[in-house]
Design a protein around this ligand. Structure first.
Ligand SMILES: *Cc1c(COP(=O)(O)O)cnc(C)c1O
Length: 416
């Protein structure tokens, strides 16, 4: 469900003409729909209505402070993986008491920063990290709230780069290691046990892997309860998939129902860390055709957005729907590769795609670009990063201006 739709053949973001927007802001440009973003948050929130819960939006999916601000206003908490993301949440008006801090490589200064602002908890990823958090809390005279990230060793049946709960993955710890960590934390003056968590991967289509994973996690929670170690929350991570093409992901209602039941049965508050499902289809990437070329066997549509703007096709072989912004019913279809200007053969937005015949100057919309789009963008090939725009009813606002060339070498120095 999203609010990018055609009107008189032309593509609009809510009540904003994408053709007009591209004229005024330039391309490439990320465009988010506020109504879509807010609706997705509310659907997830309502899916958990019957249980005591907290949604912690995974900041890495889309970290623009305006997006975080809108979610914070709806009551969202945040799942962060760095001190930079924590700073963004605070800048956006997010409540630090609704922040969970995940990630396998938390640095001492980031741990101190999170302790000082009073986050909800650290999702601890190793025994060594637990010791580091305890030491820093002791130095600061504070108590660190902790949850151990359990690796439930389930296969989420998704792309191997975004499966995070397999035994071979770098994330979390095995249940027996987690148990020892909890026993140690229970004896510490500077650690306070608040929960238990897992996160098994991303773009997951079915409910079964979640239920299997969470089942293993609550098994450990019950064992701990038997030892007098009480937990307050169960954090089931993020990972629910979305429709890019013709996938049929489970609905938030179904996931909410399944994990909500488990949380209620075990008298635990439920935390969820959705990213993609909130913002993925709330954003598109707008790009302009620079030229058309053929090498005899293959026809290429060259556009001004590249892998530095949207790396998902190159990194995960991801499929994004492309549509011409203008009316195109009268154009014959052609089989093309849509490629960017970057000097890599992996620089494509689509391969072997049937599209209405494109011409120089045409605008293309790349759908499903809201999650892991701008937030994974880079300056490769010294390309300034694109603008980000929020469409809101019949108006829009630039929420990140296009980088300038001078931004590219800010911090660099010529030799003295
Ligand atoms: C990336 C990540 C998420 C969000 O995953 P989505 O697939 O975007 O929902 C949640 N929790 C953790 C720990 C993550 O690393």
């Amino acid at each position: 469900m999203h609010f990018f739709a055609r009107n008189n053949g032309q593509l609009w973001a809510e009540g904003v003409s994408l053709a007009t927007l591209a004229e005024q802001v330039g391309t490439p440009c990320y465009v988010y729909s506020r109504a879509t973003l807010e609706r997705h948050y509310q659907v997830m929130d309502q899916a958990l209505a019957g249980v005591d819960h907290l949604i912690c939006f995974a900041v890495k999916a889309c970290s623009n402070i305006a997006i975080l601000q809108l979610l914070a206003r709806l009551g969202s908490g945040f799942d962060i993986v760095s001190g930079g993301e924590l700073a963004r949440v605070l800048r956006a008006g997010g409540d630090p008491r609704k922040v969970v801090f995940s990630g396998v490589g938390k640095q001492p200064h980031e741990i101190a920063q999170a302790l000082q602002v009073g986050i909800h908890c650290f999702n601890v990823e190793s025994e060594q990290e637990l010791a580091t958090i305890e030491r820093i809390a002791a130095e600061l005279g504070l108590v660190a709230p902790i949850s151990v990230r359990v690796n439930p060793e389930v296969d989420p049946r998704t792309h191997k780069y975004i499966a995070t709960g397999l035994k071979s993955s770098k994330f979390g710890v095995a249940a027996d290691v987690a148990e020892t960590m909890y026993q140690r934390a229970a004896r510490s003056k500077h650690l306070h046990i608040v929960g238990i968590d897992c996160h098994i991967g991303s773009q997951i289509m079915e409910i079964a892997p979640f239920v299997e994973a969470v089942g293993r996690v609550v098994e450990l929670a019950e064992r701990l309860r038997g030892q007098g170690i009480a937990l307050e929350h169960l954090d089931v991570g993020g990972g629910l998939g979305i429709v890019y093409r013709d996938e049929a992901p489970a609905l938030p209602e179904q996931l909410g129902e399944a994990v909500g039941q488990i949380a209620r049965r075990h008298h635990l508050r439920l935390i969820m860390e959705p990213g993609r499902v909130i913002v993925g289809n709330a954003g598109i990437l707008l790009t302009r055709v620079l030229g058309i070329k053929s090498n005899g066997d293959k026809d290429f549509v060259i556009v001004d957005a590249a892998m530095n703007d949207l790396i998902r096709p190159a990194l995960y072989d991801a499929w994004h729907r492309l549509e011409l912004v203008g009316a195109s019913e009268d154009r014959p279809l052609a089989l093309v590769d849509v490629v960017g200007p970057v000097c890599e053969s992996g620089d494509f937005l689509a391969q072997d795609r049937q599209l209405p015949t494109c011409q120089n100057g045409d605008l293309l919309a790349v759908f499903g670009a809201g999650a892991y789009g701008f937030s994974m963008s880079s300056n490769y090939n010294s390309r300034p990063r694109s603008a980000e725009v929020l469409a809101d009813g019949s108006t829009y606002q630039v929420i990140r201006s296009r980088e300038t060339v001078a931004d590219l070498w800010r911090g660099e120095m010529l030799v003295g």
